[in-house]
Write a protein that binds this ligand. Sequence first.
Ligand code: FMN
Length: 178
Amino acid sequence: QKTANKEVLVVYLSRTGNTKVVAEMIHRQVGGAIVALELRQPYPENYRAIVEQVAEENRSGYLPPLKTTIDSMERYAVVFVGFPTWGMQLPPPIKSFLKQYDFAGKTIVPFNTNAGYGIGSSFQTLKELCPNSTVLEGFTMKGGVERDGIRLAIKGEVAQQAERKIKEWLRKIKVIKN
Ligand SMILES: Cc1cc2nc3c(=O)[nH]c(=O)nc-3n(C[C@H](O)[C@H](O)[C@H](O)COP(=O)(O)O)c2cc1C
């Protein structure tokens, strides 16, 4: 956890590293603290098994308990929240996170990677879970396609392009100046 911009927190969920790469790029630009969300009970390694489990959690509304805790959330004014699209929805652990803390009065900035099908309902659900926050325009890009064996896709040339797009977006939402 760095200290350059003490008011900013970058929180992310990542299984195959794509959202993690984006989180680290954002963090390099904005400073502050960066935290990976981990579950008390990790998801299965097997792709089909996790897809099935997440579908069931989405059906039942189950909120998986987090192992990660954020100490003194009060100190953060801006919270970047990153996640992959799972089943065209906001991943259950992100719902756990958003329900666990009070984000009233804070600025929330979503970011996402997906297999090419987009954000689904994830940004909308995030907004609904933070009714008393200012939610800024989010960032999304294509990441891996684990179904086809493509895990980390944001590397090399793709990563360089991602970094440019991220800077552009951060300038647009006025989080960075140049
Ligand atoms: C359980 C599960 C469900 C997924 N569902 C979708 C989906 O509905 N739409 C989509 O575009 N990608 C889907 N994906 C692919 C991920 O969103 C994509 O690979 C993303 O870049 C992974 O991010 P990560 O490397 O940070 O884990 C799914 C992946 C998993 C593991």
